[in-house]
Write a protein that binds this ligand. Structure first.
Ligand code: MEV
Length: 331
């Protein structure tokens, strides 16, 4: 799908954050996951610069420049891991458009907490690639998504692609590596709350730790895979029939599997407990884990407000989220 067609001096793209409702980690090994984009976004503005061959990136947390061979961090401690995939993606877009000598200035603004499993890396990649491609001619969603998945492999080489798919195409979806994505329509509105442990994680390390566990005990892992698949299937039926109580129960079951994988964290467990005691129908970590964010499902707006307040009372961040339906937006 082509979303713009004319060359411009400045181009903008915005891509949403995501939550994984069911199936994270197991999706890396071909299982299905159910995920959704949410109403938090990264907005990227790309401009051509006269500094031929140089890509400069400035974000809220870091800035740096890359001349094709050398990376120079200007500000933001430990920002290499954040910026490197973005440089790679921007360079790749220049190469694809046969503009190897072109210079770029990229500015990134975000209201997505980063490093906690809400898909900020994927959203930054999707929006950066889309902004650069539309600056240089046109952006094609399918191509943007493929390039973002390729660049994401710098962050962790076993990416399932789920985060990039949902950030590009938006909405709630059933996704698997082999089967691609199918949009899911929830029969009733979902009242969702994010709790942030404040503990940043490294997705690549967590995915590797699960791989080690899988290699050490193939039989046990394949049992967990089959339970996760079953939970996803039941969740799809619960979404289709609007049975939020069952959905919440399945989120709790999914959390038990993530605990078995060793990717939960005591601070996440505490927030899950707070959310459940404040009336959540279900709660679990969302994304890679190891701290990061939790997601809680509430029965009503009043309940979601109460859950968010209860989490904030512990001193941690919390906010209610809506499901985004737009995905990547240009301009
Ligand atoms: C990260 O948001 C989700 C994981 O399942 C990794 C992946 O799908 O690539 C942990």
């Amino acid at each position: 799908m082509t979303v713009t067609a004319t060359a411009v001096a400045k181009a903008r793209a915005a891509a949403p954050a995501k939550i994984i409702l069911f199936g994270e980690h197991f999706v890396v090994y071909g299982n299905p996951a159910i995920l959704a984009s949410i109403n938090r976004r990264i907005t990227v503005t790309a401009k051509k610069s006269r500094d031929g061959g140089k890509v400069k990136i400035k974000s809220d947390i870091a800035s740096g420049e890359f001349d094709g061979s050398t990376f120079r961090l200007i500000e933001g401690a430990n920002a290499r891991a954040t910026l490197e995939p973005l440089y790679y993606a921007a360079r790749q877009a220049l190469d694809d458009k046969k503009q190897q000598k072109g210079g770029l200035e990229i500015e990134i603004k975000s209201d997505i907490p980063y490093g906690v499993g809400l898909g900020s890396s994927a959203a930054a990649l999707v929006a950066t690639i889309a902004a650069v491609e539309s600056l240089l001619g046109r952006a094609d969603k399918k191509k943007v998504c493929e390039s973002a998945i390729e660049a994401e492999k710098i962050i962790h080489k076993n990416s399932s692609g789920a985060d990039c798919f949902v950030s590009t195409f938006g909405g709630m979806m059933h996704y698997s590596k082999g089967g691609g994505f199918k949009k899911v329509e929830a029969k009733t509105k979902l009242f969702l709350v994010i709790g942030d442990t404040g503990i940043k994680h490294n997705t690549g390390d967590l995915v590797s730790s699960v791989r080690k566990l899988k290699e050490a005990n193939q039989m046990a892992f394949s049992g967990l895979m089959s339970q996760s698949r079953d939970i996803c299937n039941q969740a799809l039926a619960a979404l289709n029939s609007g049975n939020t109580e069952h959905l919440g129960m399945l989120m709790n079951e999914n959390q038990l599997l993530l605990e078995r994988l060793g990717v939960s964290h005591e601070k996440a467990d505490d927030l899950i407990d707070v959310a459940r005691r404040a009336g959540a129908l279900g709660a679990k970590i969302t994304g890679a884990g190891g701290g990061g964010a939790i997601i809680a499902l509430a029965a009503s707006k009043e309940d979601s407000e109460r859950i968010a307040s209860a989490i904030k009372e512990t001193g941690q961040g919390a906010f209610e989220v809506e499901i985004d339906t737009k995905g990547l937006v240009l301009g």
